[in-house]
Ligand binder design. Structure first.
Ligand code: SF4
Length: 369
């Protein structure tokens, strides 16, 4: 399990190694075919900032070699904001008093139909809070079965589940699972997740092993930028990705680096990552792992998403609502965070085409199951 592997790495030593990287390390990484975690650390270090243009060129070249000039498009559907966790940075945390919503199957169906009117979406991301008693595996299974006739590809972003439950959901059309570790800083993780199921670092961290063992086709990983030193956190995630690729080599992987946005919780980010740093990280990840899917959500603004669309990013959301029932059922419920890009799917697509990128609505068919 990765939580044991993670114990081999000391947080402070990793930070010090990243910050001690030199231009020699950066050039070695840029000229390597197969990069190690130390090469990745050099590419995200301050020593690499003079090489940003070279990194962008290499990232673009590798992206076009592996993915062509394409951009996968997906849309999220929040089906409940009911949550028993108390993540200090999240508007859905259980101490925040507001009306909790758990969409019924009829309401989920209405959301599917409303999304289909927005554009030819085939990749749906179903998102829930974490309330195992009221919206657990049975509820998620029902939701998948409602959505299945409408979309070719179903991904969930829900509480970490058991291997058996992941396996069970693959029979209801589940193709991918996204789970954010949020931070790999084991001690400080407790500060941000003081209570509820999410306070169990091991259970969350080892959820990726359970997904791999269950044969989930695609696993999405992410750290929340704004909690801990971002360079150290993404290095731990890169090590996690190496581990997963070695152990579950049939699985496809994606990475996300969401930058914390304002939410009803009032939590202020501890660290702020600039656009330039996010670009550097995106290039570094592409060079480190040419096959990994790199995903940007509407947390990022439209202009920045366009700027990065040809330089390493391979998946984007469009037309997103981040409140349950936001497409058809409720128009004024609480958002989990404030989105930055509320551009229509049509404009997102038109801009991608103008940049020479072909939007891909569907790359998966149930016939592959
Ligand atoms: S981040 Fe997720 S688990 Fe935490 S309070 Fe928000 S919805 Fe619940």
């Amino acid at each position: 399990m990765f939580s044991d592997e993670l114990k081999k790495y000391n947080w402070e030593e990793t930070t010090a190694q990243i910050m001690a990287s030199t231009t020699v390390d950066v050039e070695r990484a840029l000229n390597s075919e197969h990069l190690t975690d130390r090469d990745f650390m050099a590419l995200i270090s301050p020593a690499a900032t003079p090489y940003l243009e070279l990194m962008a060129q290499k990232s673009r070249r590798l992206t076009e070699q592996r993915f062509g000039k394409t951009m996968q498009i997906f849309i999220p559907m929040y089906i409940t904001n009911s949550c028993t966790n108390s993540c200090v940075y999240c508007g859905f945390n259980c101490h925040n008093k507001f009306n909790r919503v758990i969409l019924t199957p009829e309401q989920i169906k209405a959301e599917c139909e409303a999304i289909k009117k927005l554009g030819p979406f085939e990749n749906l991301l179903i998102v829930t809070g974490e309330n195992p008693a009221k919206a657990g595996t049975d509820y998620i299974e029902k939701a998948l079965n409602v959505c299945r006739p409408y979309f070719a590809n179903l991904t969930i972003e829900v509480m970490p589940l058991s291997t058996e439950d992941y396996e069970r959901l693959t029979h209801s059309g589940l193709n991918g699972v996204i789970c954010f570790q949020e931070t790999y800083h084991r001690e400080n993780y407790k500060k941000y997740h003081p209570a509820g199921m999410k306070s169990d670092f091991e259970w969350r961290c080892n959820g990726f092993d359970r997904m791999g063992m269950a044969g989930v086709h695609k696993i999405g990983m992410g750290v929340l930028i704004g909690l801990e030193d971002w360079r150290t956190d993404v290095t731990m995630m890169a090590r996690h990705l190496i581990y997963l690729r070695q152990n579950y080599w049939r699985t496809k992987y994606s990475v996300n680096f969401p930058r914390m946005r304002p939410s009803e919780s009032g939590f202020q980010p501890n660290v702020v990552m600039s656009d330039r740093e996010l670009a550097q990280l995106t290039f570094a990840f592409r060079i480190f792992d040419p096959d990994v899917d790199i995903s940007y959500s509407t947390r990022e603004n439209h202009q920045f998403r366009n700027n990065m669309a040809t330089l390493g990013v391979t998946t984007m959301s469009a037309g997103s609502k981040v409140d349950p029932g936001g497409y058809a059922t409720y128009t004024d419920s609480l958002e989990q965070f404030t989105i930055s890009d509320d551009t229509s799917p049509q404009k997102v697509v038109a801009d991608l085409k103008a940049l020479g990128r072909e939007p891909v609505w569907k790359d998966w068919d149930r016939a592959f199951d």
